[in-house]
Design a protein around this ligand. Structure first.
Ligand SMILES: [Zn+2]
Length: 272
Protein backbone atom coordinates (compact mmCIF):
# COMPACT_ATOMS: atom_id res chain seq x y z
CA UNK A 1 0.00 0.00 0.00
CA UNK A 2 1.31 3.43 -0.80
CA UNK A 3 2.31 5.86 1.89
CA UNK A 4 -0.48 8.12 0.72
CA UNK A 5 -3.12 5.45 1.24
CA UNK A 6 -1.71 4.60 4.64
CA UNK A 7 -1.79 8.25 5.55
CA UNK A 8 -5.40 8.59 4.44
CA UNK A 9 -6.36 5.48 6.42
CA UNK A 10 -4.58 6.77 9.53
CA UNK A 11 -6.29 10.16 9.23
CA UNK A 12 -9.66 8.46 8.88
CA UNK A 13 -9.12 6.36 11.99
CA UNK A 14 -7.74 9.38 13.82
CA UNK A 15 -10.81 11.39 12.88
CA UNK A 16 -13.10 8.65 14.12
CA UNK A 17 -11.11 8.41 17.34
CA UNK A 18 -11.48 12.12 17.95
CA UNK A 19 -15.17 12.11 17.09
CA UNK A 20 -16.10 9.13 19.21
CA UNK A 21 -13.32 9.04 21.80
CA UNK A 22 -13.94 5.31 22.20
CA UNK A 23 -10.73 5.14 24.22
CA UNK A 24 -12.13 7.37 26.96
CA UNK A 25 -12.71 5.23 30.09
CA UNK A 26 -16.26 4.48 31.15
CA UNK A 27 -17.52 6.35 34.20
CA UNK A 28 -18.55 3.92 36.93
CA UNK A 29 -22.21 2.87 37.02
CA UNK A 30 -22.55 4.19 40.58
CA UNK A 31 -22.52 7.73 39.16
CA UNK A 32 -25.96 8.72 37.86
CA UNK A 33 -26.37 10.04 34.34
CA UNK A 34 -28.32 13.29 33.90
CA UNK A 35 -29.49 13.57 30.30
CA UNK A 36 -30.22 16.95 28.72
CA UNK A 37 -32.99 17.16 26.13
CA UNK A 38 -34.92 20.10 24.66
CA UNK A 39 -37.41 19.01 21.98
CA UNK A 40 -38.61 15.59 20.92
CA UNK A 41 -39.49 16.23 17.30
CA UNK A 42 -38.42 15.67 13.71
CA UNK A 43 -35.64 17.97 12.46
CA UNK A 44 -36.65 20.91 10.27
CA UNK A 45 -34.92 21.27 6.90
CA UNK A 46 -32.27 23.99 7.09
CA UNK A 47 -33.03 24.89 10.71
CA UNK A 48 -30.25 26.22 12.92
CA UNK A 49 -31.24 24.43 16.09
CA UNK A 50 -31.80 20.85 14.90
CA UNK A 51 -29.33 19.71 17.54
CA UNK A 52 -32.10 20.49 20.04
CA UNK A 53 -34.57 18.22 18.19
CA UNK A 54 -34.29 14.53 19.00
CA UNK A 55 -36.50 12.37 16.76
CA UNK A 56 -39.33 10.60 18.61
CA UNK A 57 -38.17 7.24 17.21
CA UNK A 58 -34.63 7.87 18.50
CA UNK A 59 -35.93 8.95 21.91
CA UNK A 60 -37.99 5.74 22.08
CA UNK A 61 -34.95 3.68 21.15
CA UNK A 62 -32.88 5.39 23.84
CA UNK A 63 -35.49 4.79 26.54
CA UNK A 64 -35.98 1.18 25.49
CA UNK A 65 -32.25 0.54 25.58
CA UNK A 66 -31.84 2.18 29.01
CA UNK A 67 -34.62 0.06 30.46
CA UNK A 68 -33.35 -3.13 28.83
CA UNK A 69 -29.90 -2.48 30.26
CA UNK A 70 -31.31 -2.12 33.75
CA UNK A 71 -31.04 1.64 34.08
CA UNK A 72 -33.50 3.08 36.60
CA UNK A 73 -35.19 6.44 36.08
CA UNK A 74 -35.34 9.22 38.69
CA UNK A 75 -36.16 12.90 38.74
CA UNK A 76 -33.26 15.24 39.45
CA UNK A 77 -34.61 15.96 42.94
CA UNK A 78 -34.77 12.23 43.63
CA UNK A 79 -31.16 11.85 42.55
CA UNK A 80 -30.11 14.59 44.93
CA UNK A 81 -32.16 13.26 47.81
CA UNK A 82 -30.68 9.77 47.50
CA UNK A 83 -27.13 10.78 46.75
CA UNK A 84 -24.75 7.99 47.66
CA UNK A 85 -27.67 5.67 48.39
CA UNK A 86 -28.63 5.59 44.72
CA UNK A 87 -28.60 2.19 43.05
CA UNK A 88 -26.14 1.58 40.27
CA UNK A 89 -27.36 2.60 36.81
CA UNK A 90 -29.51 5.52 37.89
CA UNK A 91 -30.39 8.22 35.38
CA UNK A 92 -32.47 11.38 35.13
CA UNK A 93 -34.07 12.82 31.99
CA UNK A 94 -34.30 16.60 31.79
CA UNK A 95 -36.14 18.85 29.34
CA UNK A 96 -35.15 22.52 29.11
CA UNK A 97 -37.31 25.51 28.10
CA UNK A 98 -40.84 24.04 27.87
CA UNK A 99 -41.65 22.94 24.30
CA UNK A 100 -45.12 21.60 23.55
CA UNK A 101 -43.68 18.37 22.14
CA UNK A 102 -42.55 17.45 25.65
CA UNK A 103 -46.22 16.62 26.24
CA UNK A 104 -47.27 15.56 22.75
CA UNK A 105 -44.27 13.42 21.83
CA UNK A 106 -42.25 12.70 24.96
CA UNK A 107 -44.88 11.93 27.59
CA UNK A 108 -46.40 8.90 25.82
CA UNK A 109 -42.91 7.41 25.48
CA UNK A 110 -41.97 8.21 29.07
CA UNK A 111 -45.12 6.37 30.12
CA UNK A 112 -44.48 3.44 27.82
CA UNK A 113 -41.00 2.91 29.25
CA UNK A 114 -41.92 3.89 32.80
CA UNK A 115 -39.50 6.80 32.93
CA UNK A 116 -39.62 10.06 34.85
CA UNK A 117 -38.32 13.44 33.83
CA UNK A 118 -37.59 16.88 35.20
CA UNK A 119 -39.02 19.77 33.16
CA UNK A 120 -37.19 23.10 33.45
CA UNK A 121 -39.79 25.63 32.47
CA UNK A 122 -39.28 29.28 31.49
CA UNK A 123 -42.07 31.28 33.13
CA UNK A 124 -42.37 33.95 30.40
CA UNK A 125 -41.76 31.55 27.54
CA UNK A 126 -44.19 32.92 24.96
CA UNK A 127 -43.21 35.37 22.20
CA UNK A 128 -39.56 35.20 23.14
CA UNK A 129 -36.48 34.34 21.12
CA UNK A 130 -33.97 33.67 23.84
CA UNK A 131 -31.30 32.49 21.42
CA UNK A 132 -30.40 36.15 20.79
CA UNK A 133 -29.53 36.61 24.45
CA UNK A 134 -26.61 34.32 23.89
CA UNK A 135 -25.57 35.48 20.44
CA UNK A 136 -27.13 38.50 18.76
CA UNK A 137 -26.90 36.94 15.29
CA UNK A 138 -29.14 34.05 16.40
CA UNK A 139 -32.10 36.21 15.50
CA UNK A 140 -34.01 34.01 13.10
CA UNK A 141 -36.93 33.64 15.49
CA UNK A 142 -36.72 29.86 15.15
CA UNK A 143 -37.09 29.11 18.85
CA UNK A 144 -39.70 31.85 19.22
CA UNK A 145 -41.90 30.16 16.61
CA UNK A 146 -41.54 26.74 18.22
CA UNK A 147 -44.74 25.83 20.09
CA UNK A 148 -44.36 26.10 23.87
CA UNK A 149 -46.26 24.28 26.57
CA UNK A 150 -49.35 26.16 27.68
CA UNK A 151 -50.02 26.26 31.40
CA UNK A 152 -52.83 23.73 30.84
CA UNK A 153 -50.39 21.41 29.08
CA UNK A 154 -47.95 21.74 31.95
CA UNK A 155 -50.77 20.72 34.29
CA UNK A 156 -51.37 17.63 32.16
CA UNK A 157 -47.70 16.75 32.38
CA UNK A 158 -47.69 17.16 36.15
CA UNK A 159 -50.88 15.13 36.50
CA UNK A 160 -49.12 12.19 34.85
CA UNK A 161 -47.15 11.74 38.05
CA UNK A 162 -43.85 11.20 36.25
CA UNK A 163 -42.77 14.82 35.81
CA UNK A 164 -40.93 17.03 38.28
CA UNK A 165 -41.32 20.77 37.65
CA UNK A 166 -38.17 22.86 37.81
CA UNK A 167 -37.45 26.47 36.93
CA UNK A 168 -35.46 27.73 33.96
CA UNK A 169 -35.76 31.37 35.09
CA UNK A 170 -38.36 34.05 34.29
CA UNK A 171 -37.11 35.08 30.83
CA UNK A 172 -34.31 32.64 29.90
CA UNK A 173 -31.91 35.42 30.83
CA UNK A 174 -28.20 35.32 30.21
CA UNK A 175 -26.97 35.42 33.82
CA UNK A 176 -23.56 36.73 32.74
CA UNK A 177 -25.32 40.01 31.93
CA UNK A 178 -27.33 40.30 35.16
CA UNK A 179 -26.48 42.33 38.24
CA UNK A 180 -27.13 40.83 41.66
CA UNK A 181 -30.66 42.22 41.94
CA UNK A 182 -31.73 40.95 38.53
CA UNK A 183 -30.13 37.53 39.05
CA UNK A 184 -31.90 37.09 42.39
CA UNK A 185 -35.16 38.10 40.75
CA UNK A 186 -34.83 35.59 37.91
CA UNK A 187 -34.15 32.85 40.46
CA UNK A 188 -36.69 33.66 43.16
CA UNK A 189 -39.57 35.14 41.16
CA UNK A 190 -39.61 32.18 38.77
CA UNK A 191 -39.71 29.70 41.65
CA UNK A 192 -42.55 31.59 43.30
CA UNK A 193 -44.49 32.03 40.05
CA UNK A 194 -44.31 28.33 39.18
CA UNK A 195 -45.24 27.26 42.70
CA UNK A 196 -48.21 29.63 42.78
CA UNK A 197 -49.42 28.67 39.32
CA UNK A 198 -49.04 24.91 39.56
CA UNK A 199 -49.30 24.21 43.28
CA UNK A 200 -46.07 22.21 43.51
CA UNK A 201 -42.76 22.77 45.25
CA UNK A 202 -39.99 23.85 42.89
CA UNK A 203 -36.51 22.98 44.10
CA UNK A 204 -34.64 22.37 40.85
CA UNK A 205 -33.20 24.98 38.53
CA UNK A 206 -31.47 24.94 35.17
CA UNK A 207 -29.06 27.77 34.38
CA UNK A 208 -30.17 29.28 31.03
CA UNK A 209 -27.52 28.52 28.39
CA UNK A 210 -25.59 26.92 31.24
CA UNK A 211 -24.17 30.40 31.92
CA UNK A 212 -23.73 31.92 35.38
CA UNK A 213 -21.15 33.62 37.54
CA UNK A 214 -19.60 31.99 40.56
CA UNK A 215 -21.23 34.37 43.05
CA UNK A 216 -24.70 33.64 41.61
CA UNK A 217 -24.53 30.04 42.83
CA UNK A 218 -25.15 31.34 46.35
CA UNK A 219 -28.21 33.25 45.08
CA UNK A 220 -29.69 29.96 43.86
CA UNK A 221 -29.26 28.47 47.32
CA UNK A 222 -30.79 31.57 48.93
CA UNK A 223 -33.81 31.31 46.64
CA UNK A 224 -34.40 27.81 47.97
CA UNK A 225 -33.11 25.59 45.19
CA UNK A 226 -31.56 22.29 46.18
CA UNK A 227 -30.18 21.52 42.76
CA UNK A 228 -29.24 23.32 39.57
CA UNK A 229 -28.04 21.83 36.32
CA UNK A 230 -25.58 23.31 33.86
CA UNK A 231 -24.70 22.48 30.27
CA UNK A 232 -21.21 21.35 31.26
CA UNK A 233 -20.83 17.88 29.82
CA UNK A 234 -19.96 15.03 32.10
CA UNK A 235 -21.06 12.70 34.86
CA UNK A 236 -20.79 13.73 38.51
CA UNK A 237 -20.18 11.46 41.46
CA UNK A 238 -22.69 11.76 44.34
CA UNK A 239 -19.64 11.80 46.64
CA UNK A 240 -18.29 15.01 45.25
CA UNK A 241 -20.95 16.68 43.13
CA UNK A 242 -21.80 20.36 43.53
CA UNK A 243 -25.62 20.27 43.70
CA UNK A 244 -26.07 23.74 42.22
CA UNK A 245 -23.64 23.16 39.36
CA UNK A 246 -24.47 19.67 38.11
CA UNK A 247 -23.04 18.36 34.88
CA UNK A 248 -25.25 16.78 32.26
CA UNK A 249 -24.93 14.56 29.22
CA UNK A 250 -25.99 16.40 26.10
CA UNK A 251 -28.36 14.39 23.92
CA UNK A 252 -28.20 15.96 20.47
CA UNK A 253 -30.59 15.49 17.58
CA UNK A 254 -27.53 15.42 15.34
CA UNK A 255 -26.11 12.35 17.07
CA UNK A 256 -26.42 8.77 15.90
CA UNK A 257 -26.80 5.67 17.99
CA UNK A 258 -23.07 5.21 18.61
CA UNK A 259 -22.81 8.80 19.86
CA UNK A 260 -25.58 8.17 22.36
CA UNK A 261 -23.96 5.00 23.67
CA UNK A 262 -20.59 6.69 24.08
CA UNK A 263 -22.07 9.72 25.79
CA UNK A 264 -23.84 7.46 28.28
CA UNK A 265 -20.60 5.63 28.90
CA UNK A 266 -18.20 8.51 29.42
CA UNK A 267 -20.36 11.64 29.67
CA UNK A 268 -19.42 13.10 26.33
CA UNK A 269 -18.80 12.08 22.80
CA UNK A 270 -15.73 13.74 21.34
CA UNK A 271 -12.20 14.01 22.62
CA UNK A 272 -12.48 17.44 24.26
ZN1 LIG B 1 -32.84 26.85 27.82
Amino acid sequence: MSALLLGVAACGLGGLSLRYAWWRPAVVAANPRVLMYHMISEPRPGARFNGLRVRPAMFARQLRWLREQGWQSFTVSELLARGERLPERAFAITFDDGYADNLLQALPLLRQYRCKATLYLVVERFERDWSVMRKAHHDGGELQREAKLSDAQVETLLASGCIELGSHSMTHANFLHLDALAARHELLASKQALEARFGVTVESFAWPFGLYREEQVAFAAEAGYRSAVTTREGIDSPRSWQPLQLKRIKISGKDGWLDFRLRLRSGRRGWR
